[in-house]
Design a protein around this ligand. Structure first.
Ligand code: NAP
Length: 408
């Protein structure tokens, strides 16, 4: 029999976690898991490059296991999972690996968690259909997949669930706003994997209104927003994956959009890189070699995991929610601000990796402690937001709710 999502009060329960991906986000999640030994009894960090896992492990105060794995090879993954016996696999590699890791979890009967939805390497297109197709098989195997446990998607989905549970009787519109007001001091760098970042930013914009999806040209629709702790910034409409699940799970919703801010330097560099063909994802022949220009560009750009030192300023990400409370119109902004330098002091990472890595740890903790429990494939907003919201404050991502009177 299929069981839907269930949220329980947190029970004391320890577990074993296998984290795949030793990049900027993986490094933060491993460090934060290591700080909660009463839940994360055993940690294994595996990635394509063993030396990166070992370098992260060397920074910890406790011993963890490290391993080399090619997460595109399901047999290798199954071998590692059988050997390490985790209760949960946390996928912090790239979206290309999602389905392979889900296949390995199905073959071994182990829960799955990620922070980004599947993308085929050869098409710059992301949607949840590929992962939703695993729901029945996960349900029959008696395991759960928790999708999108980063900040956006992730915390933003939980903010919406919290607004639905505590702040509104009806929700009509949601605008998710994401600002990195920080400065890493470099002319051009991306704050998470450059290939995934550039594919996302150069895609067409998309929002949902009155029961339909509407498409806009890439980076063409702008609004101004006054971000707490940062100030007014221009932001740009984009498509982001959490819109797809929130449309299904927030009742009565009439419109949902996603906005992100970009610096002028970033946009100018991106335009030039696009114009000269360096963001192409098709293979080209160069002196007898086949190369994908965007992958070559990634090799030239700074590693996002290396950006933390000297990074100043803050991020602010949140949800502007409008609706009705006690028969009257209501508007609230639920948000977190995060300081790059303080993240570096704690885990030698910048705030974009930190704001993704901490929610991945919290999601893993709620699965391992059976606080969030289900059989099948689930999104964050399908569970009780309260334990997650409490854990955000406890583990370094405090949030605020404020009345909001502007317009977007
Ligand atoms: N939801 C959110 O808020 C949010 C925000 C930011 C990022 N993300 C997601 O978080 C994930 C990690 O981002 P990141 O910035 O940490 O990326 P990253 O620095 O590029 O790290 C990715 C890691 O995965 C490893 N990897 C790649 N392919 C692999 C394979 N086939 N087998 C094993 N390991 C493999 C890489 O190995 P090498 O070191 O050998 O290359 C690297 O260690 C991405 O999926 C990104 O989209 C989510």
């Amino acid at each position: 029999m299929e069981r839907g999502p269930i949220s329980f009060a947190r029970v004391r329960c320890m577990g074993r976690v296998l984290i795949i991906g030793a990049g900027g986000v993986g490094s933060v999640t491993v460090q934060k898991c290591a700080m909660v030994p009463d839940v994360f009894e055993h940690i294994c960090l595996a990635s394509r490059t063993l030396a990166k896992c070992d370098a992260i492990a060397a920074r910890l105060k406790r011993t963890i296991r490290t391993a080399q794995v090619d997460a595109d090879d399901v047999d290798q993954l199954v071998g590692l999972i059988r050997d390490d016996r985790p209760d949960l696999v946390v996928n912090l590699a790239l979206p290309y690996q999602d389905l392979h890791i889900m296949d390995a979890c199905l073959r071994t009967g182990v829960h799955y968690l990620d922070t980004a939805n599947y993308e085929p390497p050869d098409v710059a297109h992301f949607e949840y259909a590929w992962q939703w197709a695993y729901h029945d098989r996960f349900s029959q195997a008696g395991i759960m997949a928790l999708l999108g446990s980063g900040f956006d998607p992730g915390v933003t989905n939980v903010f919406c669930a919290y607004a639905q549970k505590h702040l509104f009787d009806e929700i009509h519109t949601i605008d998710i706003v994401d600002c990195n007001g920080g400065d890493h001091g470099l002319p051009f760098a991306t704050n998470f994997n450059p290939e995934i970042n550039i594919r996302e930013v150069t895609a067409k914009g998309r929002y949902w209104e009155s029961g339909q999806w509407h498409e806009t040209e890439p980076l063409s629709v702008h609004r101004s927003f006054d971000f707490p702790g940062i100030g007014p910034r221009q932001m740009t409409l984009m498509y982001h994956e959490e819109l797809e699940s929130l449309v299904k799970h927030i009742k009565g919703l009439k419109r949902i959009r996603f906005w992100m801010t970009f610096g002028e330097e970033y946009l100018t560099h991106l335009r030039v890189l696009q114009n000269v063909g360096l963001t192409r994802i098709d293979a080209v022949e160069y002196e007898g070699h086949t190369i994908v220009p965007l992958q070559f560009l990634k090799a030239l750009l700074p590693d996002p995991a290396s950006l933390g030192e000297g990074y100043t300023g803050r991020t602010c990400i949140g949800c502007v929610v409008e609706g009705v409370r006690d028969g009257k119109p209501a508007r609230r902004f639920i948000y977190n601000t995060c300081d790059h330098a303080r993240c570096y002091e704690q885990v030698e990472a910048q705030a974009v990796a930190y704001t993704t890595g901490v929610p991945a740890m919290i999601g893993a903790m709620l699965v391992l402690t059976k606080t969030w429990l289900g059989e099948g494939v689930f999104h964050m907003e399908q569970f009780d937001p309260d334990p997650f919201m409490g854990a955000l404050k406890e583990h370094g991502l405090p949030w605020e709710v404020m009345p909001w009177n502007g317009s977007i």
